[in-house]
Design a protein around this ligand. Structure first.
Ligand SMILES: [Fe+2]
Length: 262
């Protein structure tokens, strides 16, 4: 099987990938081609995959060990599988969220970020699958952090070479309007520390930071249920754009692959 990658603009880092048959488990040859596409482009879009929760998780496992979604809002979760992060605007019963902590928490996703950078064990890939897409808005925008690093003058590169950043989940949530975290929330997600300048497996250097907009921006438009986007958290940031979230349903579920330990 040969995949087709369609890109737009100079120095593309987002590709729309066609030619994968998701109705059967993805075979080793096809998976190797998907990995190669992700090595070349940091963000890959697969349209109308027809994946369900179980096959979404099984496909994600090909990339490595999956992070378990924390249960920050009580024990009742809408998604039964512990590997699924609920990136929807829906409550445990499937109704649109009203005003409240969970809705404010979700607002943090509109800030530039890298999934799980607030954990000591970083994430490599995220695989976000659409189940219900609102009629307008709610694109996911991406920024290439390798391009951001390349754009820095040499003097700045030298200055930041050894810097370490503190990443704290509650910092971005509070920036987005979430109230100060409770003791239990603080204990559940303490800060994590990561080098600002990182070297990728390819040898390229990149910036690892969140909440700050730098670099080239590209938007992925969600067309229909079954659309899947995979991105590499080690060299991109992303953010959600607004939509009428108290009117329309947006049901998105994500798996997150843990970076292999050295
Ligand atoms: Fe995210």
């Amino acid at each position: 099987m040969r995949l087709t990658c369609t890109t737009a603009g100079p120095a593309p880092f987002v590709a729309e990938v066609a030619g994968v048959d998701f109705s059967h488990p993805v075979d080793a040859t096809t998976f190797a081609e998907i990995r190669a596409a992700l090595d070349r482009y940091a963000v890959c879009v697969f349209r109308n995959t027809g994946l369900d929760d179980a096959r979404h998780i099984a496909f994600s496992r090909l990339f490595g060990t999956l992070e378990r979604a924390p249960s920050l809002f009580g024990s009742k979760r809408r998604c039964a599988h512990p590997e699924l992060f609920d990136a929807s605007n829906l409550d445990a019963n499937g109704a649109i969220l009203g005003e409240g902590r969970r809705r404010l928490y979700n607002k943090g996703n509109a800030l530039w970020h890298t999934d799980s950078s607030f954990n000591p064990h970083r994430a490599s890939y995220s695989l976000l699958l659409a189940h219900e897409v609102p009629p307008a808005g709610a694109d996911t925008e991406f920024a290439d952090m390798r391009a951001a690093y390349r754009a820095l003058p040499r003097s700045m590169r030298e200055k930041i070479e050894d810097l370490v950043c503190e990443h704290w989940l509650w910092h971005s949530r509070m920036l987005a309007g979430y109230p100060p975290p409770t003791e239990a929330e603080r204990a559940a997600k303490p800060p994590a520390y990561h080098k600002l300048v990182q070297t990728l497996a390819s040898g390229e250097r990149t910036l690892y930071l969140a909440r700050h907009a730098t670099g080239v921006v590209r938007a992925v438009r969600w067309h229909q249920p079954g659309d899947l986007v995979i991105w590499d958290n080690r060299c991109t940031m992303h953010r959600a754009t607004p939509f009428e979230d108290t009117v329309y349903r947006r049901d998105m579920r994500r798996t997150t692959v843990l970076e292999p330990l050295p």
